[in-house]
Design a protein. Structure first.
Length: 404
């Protein structure tokens, strides 16, 4: 995979992704601790609301961003959005009320909703060979996993010598570094073959998505991944700080375990996908997540929550999570022409985050109102629904793109 970094444009884009994710990871840890300071044991509800606001921005902004990507040079758009994100992050250390957090998160995530699908749609235009692009997807997944490992580790070290407010400054630095790296390269900006109206540009990606059988199956798998991921991202702070009574650095190590499982999957997927179809690998990943949540629920109900049991469960959830999400770019690449990829990636971004829009508040509510075991069982059931949808809607052996 590292041979891809010999290509200058991709190398700079990958570095931009890594530094931005590292900064975002510091903010994730800091937000959890900020929510706990502001709301105590109701931190799950605060984080659930924060993540819901994030998802509303993603679902509402991404399709518009996909249309905008046809009109504005990609490099200029990406740099401007990085600067907006940096400004929002810079204000987070100064908040004193929960609603301040909500407003700033909406601004930051609206910019991310435009940035991420545009960035993702650029990679297959830079790396046109499918085998190289598959390795790039795994490398990208590794970047996310390194964020889940390095960011909490760095956060744990920094928290030993400073308050968590200072972690937000790392987020600002990450976005600024990303902007510098993006502006240093020339990016392809494929243009549509003909003029399209605003409605056509905004809805085209979703129309292609819902007309393609493999992508309808992917939507079900997105639901499964969001259900398991929401249990980790929303409720870990309460499990670690409240149920187990452990310190701030323990939260970072719990997130480290999730990232370690995801990274393991990303490392083996390029070779695995040479021998097994995407459908089998992705459905298998969903099954791992479902069984892990059910197993942890059984363990908690019988002997209580243990620290090492939680770490092991989060490793397995991370393994299944990456197995579902990493190959998704391959499906999107096969399902549209170069000029339609920004719209299709934006549709994936919006629809997948619509699943998170359901999972995040449900996860927070189940944990706050009913407790750990009902939260685990409820989210496992939601993940199972997503897996069943994928099994039914994604035909075995499907390999034909559909573009209406």
């Amino acid at each position: 995979m590292l041979d891809l970094l010999a290509e200058r444009t991709y190398r700079h884009l990958f570095a931009a992704q890594v530094v931005a994710l590292l900064g975002t990871g510091l903010a994730t840890v800091a937000l959890g601790l900020l929510a706990y300071d502001l709301a105590g044991n109701s931190a799950s509800m605060v984080l659930g609301t924060v993540f819901t606001i994030k998802m509303v921005a993603y679902v509402g902004i991404a399709p518009i961003a996909g249309a905008l990507a046809e009109l504005v040079p990609r490099r200029a758009l990406l740099v401007a959005l990085d600067l907006v994100r940096a400004c929002a992050a810079l204000a987070l250390p100064f908040v004193t009320e929960v609603w301040h957090v909500y407003v700033l998160i909406f601004a930051l995530q609206s910019a991310s909703a435009a940035f991420t699908p545009t960035f993702q749609a650029t990679i297959p235009d830079v790396l046109r060979d499918e085998a190289r692009y598959t390795r790039a997807l795994s490398l990208s997944r590794l970047a996310y996993d390194l964020e889940n490992i390095l960011s909490p580790t760095l956060a744990a070290l920094l928290l030993a010598v400073m308050s968590y407010d200072a972690l937000f400054l790392g987020t600002v630095a990450g976005f600024l570094a990303s902007a510098v790296l993006v502006v240093s390269v020339v990016l392809p900006s494929p243009q549509p073959s003909g003029r399209r109206g605003m409605y056509d540009r905004t809805t085209r990606g979703i129309r292609i998505y819902l007309a393609t059988p493999r992508l309808r199956g992917l939507l079900g798998l997105n639901l499964a991944a969001s259900a398991a991921g929401a249990m980790v991202l929303v409720n870990t702070v309460v499990l670690v700080r409240g149920t187990l009574g452990m310190g701030e650095s323990a939260l970072a190590w719990a997130m480290f375990a999730f990232g370690a499982g995801s990274m393991t999957a990303a490392l083996i997927l390029p070779r695995l996908l040479e021998h097994l179809p995407d459908r089998m690998v992705m459905l298998g990943g969903a099954g791992v997540m479902i069984l892990t949540l059910l197993g942890l629920a059984g363990g908690v109900s019988s002997i209580g929550l243990g620290w090492y049991g939680l770490l092991a469960a989060w490793v397995l959830v991370g393994l299944g999570y990456s197995s579902v999400l990493t190959p998704s770019g391959r499906l999107l690449r096969r399902s549209a022409s170069a000029e339609d990829r920004p719209a299709l990636f934006a549709a994936q971004f919006a629809l997948s985050h619509a699943c998170w829009l359901l999972s995040y508040p449900l996860s927070g509510w189940l944990m706050a109102a009913l407790g750990t075991v009902p939260a685990l069982l409820g989210l496992a059931a939601l993940a199972a629904v997503g897996g069943a949808v994928a099994l039914l809607l994604w035909p075995v052996g499907d390999a034909v793109a559909h573009d209406p």
